[in-house]
Ligand binder design. Structure first.
Ligand SMILES: NC(=O)c1ccc[n+]([C@@H]2O[C@H](COP(=O)([O-])OP(=O)(O)OC[C@H]3O[C@@H](n4cnc5c(N)ncnc54)[C@H](O)[C@@H]3O)[C@@H](O)[C@H]2O)c1
Length: 251
């Protein structure tokens, strides 16, 4: 069955808060039924309850997506609940500020597992269902995928990896009824950065290069772009990296 306004089902990782929640709200406004996935159990339940109270069909799955089996289990739970999957949104991520020479191995590995490996494992589990529904994937990147960003080197590497995941999957499935795209936001006012302390000794001029001239975006404005790309209206969009960064990567 092709993507259908009334029956579509979306799985949103990082759906408890921030951009993931804003995407869930935007999809709900299109009548999409939701499975929200996050590691923050209480926050996730609050979001699920808020969206259900707003009239949406919304379920949640609490898990740590750093493990492949957990990603697969979240997809399986979606199929068990709704019997189909039309849209996969990979929005969960972790960011830490650090001097590159000080990044501990555990921090590097966790950022790679959550930000780069999990979108691959989710895609791997979801693709058979998305082929059936003629659905699509939207990966949330960052301007960090497209430009050098100081003091967040592993994060930047992880987002560049997901950009290549997007393009390579798009080519591998170019002859199949599935769309695979990404959105690369710039700064937004969310907890990902407020929870990441900035270490001593950074050169703020180097950070200013990627913080941009305009104020941080409202996550709802970026969510609207993601929701559009995941909708049947964007049928011709495949293999695209759409920036939503207030001009930062324009130069
Ligand atoms: N806020 C920004 O300035 C900004 C800029 C560019 C891109 N982004 C991207 O937007 C996306 C959403 O981030 P946000 O800004 O809303 O931040 P956020 O921290 O509010 O949201 C990220 C979500 O991912 C979840 N998550 C993290 N690790 C997880 C794990 N192991 N298992 C399951 N869930 C996990 C968190 O609990 C959180 O709910 C991310 O991909 C981020 O890289 C954010």
């Amino acid at each position: 069955m092709p993507e259908d306004k009334d029956t579509r089902v979306a799985l949103v990782t990082g759906g408890a808060r921030g951009l993931g929640r804003a995407i869930a709200e935007a999809l709900l406004a299109q009548g999409v039924r939701l499975m929200l996935v996050d590691i923050l159990g209480d926050r996730l339940e609050q979001t699920r309850a808020d969206l259900a109270a707003a009239g949406g069909t919304c379920r949640s799955f609490v898990t740590d997506i750093s493990q492949r089996d957990n990603c697969r289990a979240a997809v399986e739970a979606t199929i068990a609940a709704y019997g189909r999957l039309d849209v996969l949104i990979n929005a969960a991520a972790l960011m830490r500020f650090n001097h590159a020479v000080d990044v501990p191995e555990a921090e590097f590995n966790r950022i790679m597992q959550v930000n780069a490996a999990a979108p691959f494992w989710f895609a791997q589990a979801a693709i058979p269902h998305l082929l059936e529904s003629q659905g699509n994937i939207v990966n949330v990147l960052s301007q960090s995928a497209l430009m050098g960003t100081s003091y967040i080197v592993p994060y930047s590497m992880s987002k560049a990896a997901v950009m290549q995941l997007t393009k390579s999957l798009a080519v591998e499935y170019v002859d199949k009824p599935i769309r695979i795209n990404a959105v690369a936001p710039g700064s937004m006012m969310t907890e990902i950065s407020s929870e990441a302390p900035i270490p001593d000794g950074v050169d703020f001029a180097k950070m200013k290069r990627y913080s941009g001239e305009r104020p941080p975006a409202d996550p709802a404005a970026v969510a609207a772009v993601v929701a559009f790309i995941s909708s049947p209206a964007a049928q011709g969009v495949h293999g695209a990296i759409w920036t939503a960064d207030n001009g930062v990567t324009a130069g």
